[in-house]
Design a binder for this molecule. Structure first.
Ligand SMILES: [Zn+2]
Length: 212
């Protein structure tokens, strides 16, 4: 059996995370594959498999998602003590990862209506130009509805608003819109602060959350 990959934290992330109080030796992470599969984090932390959604009901196990323009979505039910994280780019969006993440919280005791959701810094509609192969997938997954998530750009291309799309999909899955927090901080607009694959600023942002 191949050895499980190590969590891809760079030295500077280890230093920054060392001060957060998170139990980093228990961190759970996945090999993210732009899909919509779910894994329950191992109770002691560690590698969870080839998935893009991690859930836990275990206190103190930090769940980690790594991104560089894609959305990292954190879902937390404070009354049930259920936590999930999801990696959602355009492929994950059309594959239903967002709705799947909400449902997966149900498997660890959460309820969609009690969830608090946060969307980490990711590429905004200001900087995310896409064309036909992507829009065709959106049309296939969502019918005409995808048109409300884009604005026209040059040469028949469009600017895609993954934030609005995923906020709409979360609401449709039963999350109260007022419980969705999104700072709308674009990775490509802030090379001083954030990594962005599209900007060629190719580190990875780590999003971590643990149940208290
Ligand atoms: Zn931007």
């Amino acid at each position: 059996m191949p050895e499980a990959p190590k969590p891809p934290f760079r030295a500077e992330a280890v230093v920054a995370l060392g001060g957060t109080g998170l139990e980093m030796e228990r961190v759970s992470y996945a090999r993210q594959v732009h899909g919509a599969d779910v894994a329950r984090a191992p109770a002691g932390g560690g590698f969870a498999g080839l998935v893009d959604i991690l859930v836990t009901a275990e206190r103190g196990v930090p769940l980690a998602i790594f991104t560089a323009d894609c959305l990292a979505i954190v879902l937390y039910d404070p009354s049930a003590r259920a936590l999930g994280v999801a990696h959602v780019g355009w492929r994950g969006t059309v594959r239903g990862a967002t709705q799947k993440a909400v449902r997966a919280l149900g498997e660890v005791g959460g309820r969609a209506g009690s969830l608090r959701v946060a969307i980490a810094p990711s590429i905004g509609p200001c900087c995310y130009e896409v064309d036909e192969p992507v829009t065709a997938e959106f049309a296939r997954a969502f019918g005409e509805r995808w048109r409300s998530w884009v604005t026209p750009s040059r040469g028949g291309r469009v600017m895609l608003d993954l934030w609005s799309a995923n906020e709409a999909l979360l609401a449709e899955a039963g999350v109260a819109p007022a419980s969705i927090e999104n700072p709308r901080l674009c990775t490509a607009c802030h090379p001083d602060l954030l990594y962005s694959y599209r900007r060629g600023n190719r580190g990875r942002l780590a999003t971590l959350a643990a149940l208290p």
